[in-house]
Structures are given as structure tokens and as C-alpha cells.
Design a binder for this molecule. Structure first.
Ligand code: FMN
Length: 119
């Protein structure tokens, strides 16, 4: 299990690094199951590098965390439902900025529910 982050200003990367698995950028190749921490582009669009990554590695992605900002109002983490619909991958959590200790604990709990073989 790895954590992959698509992070422009570094907040998603910080969250990824709070989780107890190796973290790497969405630009790097991957050959094992992972959790993706992504962000939003204007008005809740899926970030471009995230689209490229999911197209190539979608079957390896066991869950997604979407990182947004509540100042975007109804578009807060609006990329999340789009990812679920388009790629059929569960969105585990919406977080703001680098996320809270509760966010990290909830994501860890989710990772524990995955089959043992991919830990
Ligand atoms: C151009 C731009 C558009 C954004 N659009 C949204 C948005 O629609 N919804 C949202 O929740 N956050 C939006 N954000 C906020 C980012 O998703 C948020 O700042 C995130 O924490 C950035 O993560 P990063 O530091 O890992 O890049 C936007 C940020 C930028 C710069």
C-alpha cells in the first residue's frame, strides 16, 4: 500500500505524509495498490494530473481523499463525486488543507478494512 498525492501547493502532500505508508507524487509510476490524495481545479473540476493517473492506474486505486477549501462554497471538494461517478472508486474523505488528526485517523481506519493482502 502506498499513498499517492496530486498536490500543487503542498497541503495534500503534507496530509499524505501523515499516513503510515510510503507517499509518492502522482507523477511517479506505481505498481502496487494505493490511496490517492487529490485536490480540485477551478469550480470542482478533477485535476488534470489526477485524470491522467486514474486513466492509467485506476484499478490500483483503492480509495480517494479530496482536498479542498470551504471558501469555494458549493464547489467544496466537488471533484469528489465526479471521481466516484467517472472512475467508480470510493471517496473516503473530504479534507481542508493539510487535514486534521481526525481526518488521518478516519483514513487509517478505512485502510485497515481493506483485504490483508494489499497492506
Ligand atoms: C485555481 C484553483 C481552483 C480551486 N478550486 C477549488 C474548488 O472548486 N473546490 C475546492 O474545494 N477547492 C478548490 N481549490 C482549493 C484547493 O483544492 C485547495 O487549496 C487544496 O488544499 C490545495 O491542495 P494542494 O496544496 O495539495 O495543492 C482551488 C484552488 C485553486 C488554486
Amino acid at each position: 500500500m502506498r499513498i499517492v498525492y496530486d498536490s500543487k501547493t503542498g497541503l495534500g502532500k503534507k496530509f499524505a505524509e501523515k499516513l503510515p505508508f510510503p507517499a509518492q507524487s502522482v507523477s511517479e509510476p506505481i505498481s502496487e495498490e494505493c490511496l490517492l490524495v487529490t485536490r480540485n481545479e477551478g469550480l470542482g473540476r478533477i485535476a488534470k494530473r489526477t485524470k491522467v493517473f486514474l486513466k492509467q492506474y485506476g484499478p490500483l486505486v483503492k480509495g480517494v481523499v479530496v482536498n479542498g477549501n470551504k471558501r469555494f462554497g458549493r464547489f467544496y471538494c466537488a471533484a469528489g463525486p465526479k471521481i466516484e461517478k467517472r472512475y467508480r472508486i470510493p471517496v473516503i474523505r473530504h479534507i481542508e488543507g493539510e487535514g486534521t488528526a481526525d481526518d488521518a485517523a478516519a483514513v487509517e481506519e478505512y485502510l485497515k478494512t481493506l483485504p490483508l493482502s494489499i497492506k
